[in-house]
Ligand binder design. Structure first.
Ligand code: HEM
Length: 131
């Protein structure tokens, strides 16, 4: 039976480690540069390298590739890990804006961008812990 391209996990469709690295790198660069995302940028450490590594490890597994984050840190418990930060609609939208822009620059496949945007939105929306 022929396996359609769309049955491949996002990890393979995006282009594996190299592309996820590029996406995460650009994501934090954009967050660092855009005045519109200053609100969430200032929640992060001055040096974004650690945040970048953790998001890379998480996304690797989340997209269906190696479960690096889980192997190193255990269950992500993402909502709990975000509790120290006040996240409302505004912060969710800032995060999504940075991720959308990074995806536009790094991912060529428009269908994949759309699928990932919907999937990211679900997680980002779930992180809200403030009215
Ligand atoms: C909704 C808006 C969001 C805000 C404001 C936010 C903010 C933050 C902040 C401030 C940190 C700590 C960074 C550090 O310690 O270096 C963090 C960590 C993290 N975030 Fe988010 N985040 C959001 C959404 C998301 C989403 C949608 C995902 C996944 C798709 C995600 C995945 C992670 C991961 C994996 C970590 C590292 C957790 C750890 O082990 O400490 N975040 N986030």
């Amino acid at each position: 039976m022929q396996i359609s391209e769309n049955s491949n996990p996002h990890y393979l469709r995006i282009g594996g480690d190299e592309k996820i690295r590029a996406l995460v790198h650009r994501f934090y660069q954009i967050m660092d540069e855009l005045p519109e995302s200053h609100g969430i940028r200032k929640m992060h450490p001055a040096d974004l390298k650690g945040s970048e590594d953790k998001l890379f490890m998480f996304l690797s597994g989340w997209m269906g590739g190696p479960q690096r984050y889980v192997e190193k840190f255990g269950h992500p418990r993402l909502r709990q890990r975000h509790m120290p930060f006040a996240i409302s609609d505004a912060e969710r939208d800032q995060w999504m804006m940075c991720m959308k822009q990074a995806m536009d620059e790094v991912i060529d496949d428009a269908a994949l961008r759309k699928e990932l945007e919907a999937a990211f939105y679900k997680v980002a929306d779930f992180m809200r812990n403030q009215e």
